[in-house]
Design a protein around this ligand. Structure first.
Ligand code: ATP
Length: 323
């Protein structure tokens, strides 16, 4: 099962530029989570902090009992083995074949023989639908295939935590739908904790168990998907509705005069769409039951509308209930 990550009071700046502050959230073990936010709100910086590539000035990131922000280099090296990271552009080495790219972490971090490496690489390439493409160079495959090759590489060390930085960027809606399904299927197969950073509304509405959003240097919210997906908070409703009217402007924060001239921002909330389920033949996601137990305890604390939506998902998941 994946590992839980607890983030408390995190703050990160570059010089005088504060990126975000007071970010606290828990990524529950083995669940799928999505972190949304307009461009430039520091989503990638957050991922890099989680994996220890950037050091926040304040706060704690607890992974497996170790604080990523304060651990020794040796501890950080060990922790990194828990993580598989899919970077925005796939981050493949252009001069290596897809096969060698995927095999790279195994050759670097394990003592496996080439025969063993061949087996693992073939297995992961098959998992992401790239069997047969190993001999090609990254420049010879499509953007979607490069993403999947990056994902295969992120998986070869059997990570317990998978971080995906905008896996959908540069993909058409159909490829994005395939990739969303792939992430859900992967979770069903390996039960890893998965965090996806994106500004893709369709991914946010269909993939995660938990959803959060960064805006104006703060975490607007983070919790069971139904909370944000039914939120009437103007910034959340505008972002998920994908429209111009609302507090978010072209350069993140809208000019107060422009915002006032728009008047109120009442918009119908998009309908809550069902979460993706694993493809036929795959096991039921083990996270579902754990999440139900967790969310059931949260029910009394949720707003009435959210409570109804969450309760409905708990009801339809009861044994014998029709789905
Ligand atoms: N190493 C760095 N040094 C200085 N500033 C940085 C560094 N990395 C990121 N930033 C700044 O931090 C801010 C947030 O960047 P980040 O890439 O995390 O945003 P994002 O939310 O992922 O954006 P997008 O959705 O457009 O990818 C930007 O203003 C960026 O210029």
């Amino acid at each position: 099962m994946g590992v839980q990550i607890d983030v408390h009071g995190l703050a990160k700046s570059f010089g005088r530029q504060n990126i975000w502050q007071d970010v606290s959230l828990t990524l529950p073990a083995g669940e799928l989570s999505v972190l949304l936010g307009p461009s430039g709100t520091g989503k990638s910086v957050f991922l890099k902090c989680l994996v220890g590539l950037l050091r926040p000035e304040h706060g704690r990131i607890m992974v497996d009992g170790v604080d990523v922000c304060r651990c020794t280099e040796a501890e950080r090296y060990e922790l990194r083995k828990l993580f598989g990271v899919l970077f925005q552009d796939g981050a493949l080495f252009g001069s290596m074949t897809v096969y060698d790219n995927v095999a790279f972490p195994l050759r670097e971090h394990t003592r496996k023989t080439e025969a063993e490496i061949r087996r693992v690489v073939a297995d992961k390439m098959e998992l992401v639908g790239l069997a047969g493409a190993g001999h090609k160079l990254p420049a010879e495959i499509s953007g979607g295939m490069r993403k999947r090759a990056g994902l295969a590489r992120a998986l070869v060390l059997d990570p317990e935590i998978i971080l995906c930085d905008e896996p959908d960027s540069g993909l058409d809606p159909v490829r994005t739908a395939y990739l969303s399904q792939l992430l859900v299927d992967l979770n069903a197969q390996i039960d890893a904790t998965i965090l996806i950073v994106t500004h893709n509304i369709s991914v946010a509405r269909t993939v995660p168990d938990n959803l959060g959003m960064l805006y104006r240097r703060r975490l607007v919210g983070f919790g069971p998907r139904e909370i944000l997906l039914t939120s009437e908070e103007p910034v959340v409703a505008q972002f998920l509705g994908g429209h111009r009217h609302g507090p978010i402007g072209m350069s993140e924060e809208k000019d107060a005069v422009v915002a006032a001239a728009e008047g109120a921002w009442p918009r119908p909330l998009p309908e809550l769409v069902p979460q993706l389920t694993p493809s036929p033949g795959l096991p039921v996601r083990r996270a579902i039951r754990r999440r139900q137990e967790r969310v059931r305890l949260m029910l009394p604390t949720l707003p009435a509308a959210t409570r109804r939506n969450v309760a409905a998902t708990l009801d339809c998941a009861r044994p014998g209930a029709s789905r």
